[in-house]
Design a binder for this molecule. Structure first.
Ligand code: ZN
Length: 334
């Protein structure tokens, strides 16, 4: 009964995921569970994290003193020191305290926090990246929003509170009339995230300049049913309006990747997030651009463009990797 384990948690706007694994993080030993994110009050999330962790430990006959650490990756912005999320648009409250209530339940176990994209890049670093790309590695999440995690010269970039690499709010279109979720105009996220694609399509429909018959057919003329999924589907079928929106989504992603590569000189950039359900309409075009004609978007040598194979599990794997790297005082986060 002396075997040691690491626990991981990933908190997102829709799902909370937990996992335990043997301390070597052998992926065959990862046991996981998930549940819908509760938003009844500001302690709902920490309560359900405590409950899910307790359950997974009990079910597997693991005692608290066998846990070396709990890694928590969460949607940000996150104050890593305080262990609380602030100003997040999807978790329901202005401040969501995590550290204090979870510490109360597991007082003797070290708890480490990280914002989810920074966690994901650690997950890729540990579970997926090849040796020659590990020191200069970027993760880009294209989902409801766009976020990033950056390892540069062998160090994870964290910033003063842990929110470095908010790359989705890079300004890709000065004088843009499209407002981003953050309140600014012309962010990459306003063009290429799920909500960005959706909002831009609705604006274009209102404008009425482009034909959208195929898109409207897909949603039975119910405009409220239009999401990024239907827009990508319609674009595939040749819908004029949807093609334009998807073309812009891809174009501004090229701009974003170019900026990231200019700033961080990356060996590889891994993509993930819900938008990757339509990866075939995005990723091959990005790969081709940076293989054949990178200079239009970046002055540095181009990065390899890849896709994480762990999909929506990469944040949870990152939370596990965070604990392992903290315990072994790995130079990547020291
Ligand atoms: Zn923004």
């Amino acid at each position: 009964m002396d075997e040691k384990f690491i626990a991981g948690v990933d908190i997102g706007g829709t799902w909370v995921r937990v996992a335990i694994c043997t301390a070597d993080l052998n992926e065959n030993n990862i046991i996981k569970n998930n549940s819908r994110t509760l938003k009844k009050n500001k302690y709902s999330i920490s309560n359900s994290v405590c409950q899910m962790l307790s359950e997974i430990l009990t079910e597997n006959n693991i005692e608290n003193d066998q846990i070396l650490g709990i890694g928590i990756a969460t949607a940000g912005p996150l104050d890593m020191e305080k262990g609380e999320v602030f100003n997040n648009a999807n978790l329901g409250f202005r401040v969501v305290p995590l550290k204090e209530p979870i510490k109360k339940k597991f007082p003797k176990i070290p708890i480490y926090f990280i914002n989810d994209c920074n966690g994901s890049v650690l997950g890729i670093h540990f579970f997926e990246a090849e040796d020659d790309e590990r020191d200069n590695l970027v993760y880009i999440s294209m989902s409801t929003g766009i976020g990033g995690g950056v390892i540069c010269s062998g160090h994870l970039l964290l910033g003063k509170e842990g929110n470095a690499a908010e790359i989705g709010h890079a300004l890709v279109e000065p004088k843009s009339k499209f407002r981003c979720n953050c309140g600014a105009y012309g962010c990459w996220e306003a063009y290429s995230s799920g909500t960005g694609v959706q909002n831009r399509a609705l604006d274009a429909l209102n404008e009425g300049k482009l034909n959208a018959d195929l898109l409207l057919q897909i949603v039975d003329n119910e405009i409220s049913k239009i999401t990024a999924k239907e827009i990508f589907q319609a674009a595939k079928k040749g819908d004029e309006l949807s093609e334009k929106i998807v073309e812009d989504c891809v174009y501004y992603t090229k701009v974003g990747v170019g900026l990231v590569n200019n700033y961080y000189d990356s060996t590889s950039i891994y993509f993930g997030g819900a938008m990757m359900k339509d990866k075939d309409q995005i990723i091959p075009l990005i790969i081709e651009q940076f293989k054949k004609d990178p200079i239009k978007f970046t002055i540095n040598h181009p990065p390899k463009i890849k896709l994480t194979k762990y999909k929506d599990e990469i944040g949870l794997r990152g939370a596990l990797a965070l604990v392992k790297y903290k315990l072994e005082k790995n130079k990547i986060i020291s």
